[in-house]
Ligand binder design. Structure first.
Ligand SMILES: [Zn+2]
Length: 276
């Protein structure tokens, strides 16, 4: 079954929003209990927020974003109402943390694609050509024959990994081209359509040459589209600003005002996406 890595809930109760001055507690941690477990949450007040939203991040931060004028009391009650839901997602993410193990490329392991978590399924079917398919929440790898006892060292795991690598490469090529085309109009300082190369890297999501050619990590296709957009926009900003100067960050903020939150999300999952 596919489960979203990004968990968001919205307050759909049509409760009147109480009018009061913003409190000084913004950005500080608030707490409540679920049974014996203490749950801390951060409150972010936003001018543009229209309703209360609770988000549980993969790094186990609980962030509540609210319109400017709601009271702490209302926030506390809303969080209290969803405390079981929050606790459950904290449990899930805590479990995932302990799940970063070396991959064995066997059925049941998690695989990520566009921010969703899928379960790997490896099957052997002599009637089919070897292939990889995304079917009903499962990333299914079909092998033509069982290589578990192969004498030439090309064991089953290596074969599954090679098929998955090729699948991710092909998806990366397609998705990155689509996202680059989608965000390019925002980078109005880029006049020639940039090319990109796909290169598996251990510590980087992307880079940009002096000539304006991008290099993108195929593992990035495991992240949500918004994270892919962030990396592409970051690299496009380097076409104008070659280093991480203040001007660079200002330019990035102009084209993606909430880039920090997106980057935090990507960073929190890097371990999983880069694990192979
Ligand atoms: Zn950079």
């Amino acid at each position: 079954m596919a489960s979203r890595l990004e968990h968001t809930t919205a307050n759909n109760d049509k409760k009147p929003i109480e009018d009061s001055k913003p409190t000084k507690a913004d950005g500080l941690l608030h707490h409540l209990y679920y049974g014996q477990d203490k749950i801390s949450y951060e409150v972010i007040r936003k001018d543009k927020a229209r309703k209360l939203r609770i988000k549980v991040h993969p790094d186990q931060r609980v962030v509540v974003s609210v319109p400017m004028q709601v009271t702490d009391e209302f926030i506390h009650q809303s969080v209290q109402k969803r405390v079981r839901w929050i606790w459950q997602h904290l449990q899930d993410f805590a479990k995932q943390k302990t799940d970063v193990l070396p991959k064995r490329y066997v059925s049941g392991e998690p695989q990520f694609y566009l921010g969703r978590r899928y379960v790997l399924k490896v099957i052997v079917d002599p009637e089919q050509a070897a292939n990889v398919k995304l079917i009903r929440g499962k990333l299914t790898v079909t092998l033509t024959h069982d290589d578990s006892n192969a004498s030439d060292g090309s064991d089953r795991a290596a074969k599954v990994k090679a098929l998955l690598d090729a699948w991710y490469q092909a998806k990366a090529r397609m998705v990155f081209a689509e996202r680059l085309a989608a965000v390019l109009p925002q980078a109005n300082w880029v006049h020639n359509s940039p090319t990109f190369k796909i290169l598996s890297m251990k510590k980087q999501w992307g880079s940009c040459s002096a000539q304006g050619n991008l290099v993108l990590n195929p593992h990035l296709v495991k992240a949500p589209k918004e994270c892919i957009d962030y990396v592409i926009l970051h690299e496009l900003c380097h076409i104008k600003e070659h280093n991480h100067s203040e001007r660079f960050w200002r330019l990035l903020t102009l084209v993606m005002p909430h880039w920090k939150a997106v980057k935090t999300e990507l960073d929190s999952m890097a371990e999983f996406y880069l694990n192979e």
